[in-house]
Structure formats: C-alpha cells, structure tokens
Design a protein around this ligand. Structure first.
Ligand SMILES: [Zn+2]
Length: 258
C-alpha cells in the first residue's frame, strides 16, 4: 500500500454514507483518480479543505491496489478560485471544463498536460473581466487534442483526401468531409476555411488566443455538435450552450440548411 502526495483539482464530489465524501479529481502527477475522504462531513475541521468542485488542493492518499477507490487521508485547500462562482457565464464555463475532463479522461493515467491546461483555464476564468467564451473555446479544442479526441480538420474523414477549401463539417463523422463523400452524412454543412485554421491554431496553443468575435458563435456551434456526437454520455453543462449562436456565412451553395 503506497502513500502519495499530489495537487488535485476536484471535478466532482459525491456524499458517501452519512459522514464521508467521494471525489473525482485530476491530479498533477497521477492523472484522474477517485478518492474516499472518511468523516469529511462529520468532522469538517479535521481537514483543511471541504474538497469543493473546481478548487485546487494538496492531497495525501493511499494507493490500495485492490480498488479503483483510493483513500485520501489529508487534504489542504491551495486555491479556492471563489471568483468562479460570482458570474453565471464564468461558472458555466468552469463547470463545462471540469465536466468534460471528468467524462473523457480515464482513471489512473498520468495526464500532466491536461492538469496544467485545466488549472490554467480555471485560473484565467477566475480573473475579473475575463472572456469566458474565449477561454472555454480554447480549453475545449486544446483538451480534445491532448486527449487524442480532436476533430479531423485537414483530411476528409471519409476517404482521407486532403481538403483545402470548400470542405463540409460533419460532427457525426468527427470532422471534415470532401464533396465526394457527402453521402456519408447528408447533413454535413459547408465550413469556412478560416474556422478550420482557427481550430488548428487553438489546438496547438497552450494559452487562450484572442479570437474574432464574429468567428466565435460558428466555432461554438461546431464544437457543441462535435461533443454531442463524440461523447458517450451527454454533458449536462452543455445544455443551453449555443442559444446565442448563429449559422456562419456559407462558403458554397450546397445545403442551405440552418
Ligand atoms: Zn472524401
């Protein structure tokens, strides 16, 4: 039975029996793990953190090898990031980021780059006057890349041909279709080349990038569709995400669907 220390961002917290909690958290060194904290509800002062979701903590945990559930013996709050709860759009964006990590990242595999990305996104969101749409969009695209889950934006998902201009976006197929492969998804819509370039730039950058405000709604809609198709379970935090999005300008006459 090994004992380990790590920094951990709490993704979800569940009450367990009368007195304890179970958390799903992303650690800097051990990846995502689930941990039981005995007595946290009964004796909250014994621990130096309530392990609230979206907080950064230092934890000490035992690796039991017999179960996926580790035993967290100590926790100390490092960054409450309380500002995340003060504005609705910021809170929603932060909730989406942690929900996405909790849904996609497997247990017990070190993911240091994902940890740094999530911590950075939450810290950026917590800054007064931050732009939640920009931070969230970057987080999603970069995260999907790091998780090996990114949309295919240069080659056709049907035949593998390079698509330079006049491609079609198919969330169902996981990215682009060329004109010859449109039968794979008749609902695929023409996509602007600039949208694909922006996706590529975002996926390669560790930091949020200033984006053209006109490009954001179209980008959000593409990503929303993509996540809905690619994730095993729907993200509750995605609901209402694209209410203000509008179809982007069409580059070809094919399919005037909205
Ligand atoms: Zn094709």
């Amino acid at each position: 039975m090994g004992i380990h220390a790590a920094d951990a961002i709490v993704l979800r917290r569940y009450f367990y029996r009368e007195t304890s909690v179970v958390v799903s958290c992303l650690t800097d060194r051990y990846g995502k793990l689930k941990g039981l904290i005995k007595g946290l509800r009964q004796l909250p002062n014994r621990h130096r953190s309530a392990m609230e979701p979206m907080t950064v903590n230092r934890i000490v945990f035992y690796d039991t090898h017999t179960s996926q559930l580790h035993l967290i013996s100590q926790c100390e709050l490092l960054a409450p990031l309380a500002a995340l709860q003060q504005e609705l759009e910021v809170a929603r964006s932060a909730a989406l980021c942690v929900d996405l990590v909790d849904t996609v990242v497997p247990l017990n595999e070190p993911q240091p780059a994902v940890y740094r990305l999530l911590k950075s996104a939450l810290e950026h969101l917590a800054v007064a006057g931050s732009d939640p749409a920009m931070i969230r969009t970057h987080f999603i695209v970069r995260f999907l890349r790091l998780a090996g889950f990114q949309p295919q934006v240069d080659e056709c998902t049907g035949c593998g041909a390079m698509v330079h201009h006049a491609g079609y976006w198919s969330a169902q197929q996981g990215g682009l279709l060329c004109a010859n492969c449109l039968h794979e998804d008749p609902k695929a819509e023409p996509v602007l080349h600039s949208t694909l370039e922006t996706l590529e730039r975002l996926s390669e950058s560790d930091q949020p990038i200033a984006l053209d405000a006109h490009a954001l709604p179209g980008l959000r809609r593409r990503l929303d569709e993509f996540l809905r198709w690619r994730l095993d379970r729907p993200l509750k935090t995605l609901a209402g995400w694209t209410r203000d999005s509008r179809p982007e300008t069409r580059v070809a006459s094919h399919g005037s669907r909205v």
